[in-house]
Write a new protein. Structure first.
Length: 308
């Protein structure tokens, strides 16, 4: 294989990596090492609400040892809390964003993700001033260190009128947020699942917003339209289920096509532990199926063109 073919193979592998989320804890490096042979190409290290007493420099060392020479990378660092609340927990979440911004380079990572936060149980419009006050300085701090910030589009049970965690689940809110803090290093950690659970068209949305999508959570949705037709969306029957990619309704070939048409370079990290069937003892069965399915949607193994 000639030099040009090798370069193309590298680009093919790196433009859309397929990985998974890893909940940070004492065993997370061992977890990475154990599942690495299945072929995961990236890992998103996630914290819930705050870093706590985790020694980040020790974590870096152990994670890099786990990755070894596999070629897999840390695609993002994440802290999922409510950074807009002026209480102890909110302050700890903001402090965790700052710490992760400062150490991202040690992980060879330039992306930090999480919830945008919310003024609890107030309409989304009431959160914008607080969002600007918190993420204006965070975005500048991140830009100075070459770090991007992205917001997951999970509603956490909230809607436009009230909620407790995150305003970044609605495209109108995205427009408002990015107007409040108009910086190029602010974007989205997008997935089709959360939009489909609200009966939005994820494909049309992705085409419009793809330039602001910095990474994706690999999570899908099954919408039971027969339930909606009989019971509606406020009835006693659940009408939508979170699924692992390959088991839901999304066409991930289309999703990856849209990403590549926009020259996307980043990762789709599978967010497991949600599928109603492939869970518990079948969790890794479902995740590895999703991994291989997404690789097929990406085009399968790289095949070089003839040199003549």
């Amino acid at each position: 294989m000639g030099r040009n073919s090798t370069e193309r193979q590298t680009m093919h592998t790196l433009d859309v990596r397929i990985g998974t989320l890893v909940s940070c804890g004492d065993k997370s490096p061992e977890y990475i090492q154990q599942i690495l042979p299945y072929g995961f190409e990236s890992f998103s290290i996630t914290f819930w609400q705050k870093i706590g007493d985790v020694n980040l420099k020790t974590l870096v060392k152990k994670v890099k040892e786990a990755l070894g020479d596999s070629g897999a990378v840390i695609s993002s660092l994440s802290v999922f809390g409510n950074p807009l609340m002026p209480d102890k927990e909110g302050e700890e979440t903001v402090a965790s964003w700052k710490k992760l911004i400062d150490v991202a380079h040690l992980f060879d990572c330039d992306l930090l993700t999480g919830f945008a936060g919310r003024v609890v149980d107030q309409p989304i419009t009431h959160s914008m001033k607080r969002f600007k006050r918190v993420f204006g300085p965070l975005a500048k701090r991140a830009a100075a260190k070459g770090v991007r910030l992205a917001f997951e589009n999970c509603d956490m049970g909230g809607d436009w009128r009230k909620g407790g965690w995150n305003i970044a689940h609605d495209p109108t809110a995205w427009e408002m947020m990015f107007n409040e803090v108009p910086m190029d290093n602010l974007g989205l950690q997008w997935e089709p699942c959360h939009q489909m659970c609200r009966l939005m068209d994820p494909i049309a949305q992705l085409r419009k917003w793809v330039r602001k999508v910095f990474c994706l959570h690999g999570k899908d949705c099954t919408v039971n339209w027969d339930v909606i037709r009989e019971y509606g969306i406020y009835g006693p029957k659940q009408f939508a289920y979170h699924r692992s990619p390959g088991f839901g309704d999304s066409n991930w070939t289309d999703i990856i096509t849209i990403l590549r048409q926009a020259s996307f370079q980043g990762s789709i990290d599978i967010e497991g532990w949600h599928d109603p069937v492939y869970r518990d003892d079948l969790e890794m069965t479902g995740q590895v199926h999703a991994l291989n399915y997404l690789k097929r949607c990406r085009g399968g193994d790289f095949v070089p063109n003839p040199d003549v």
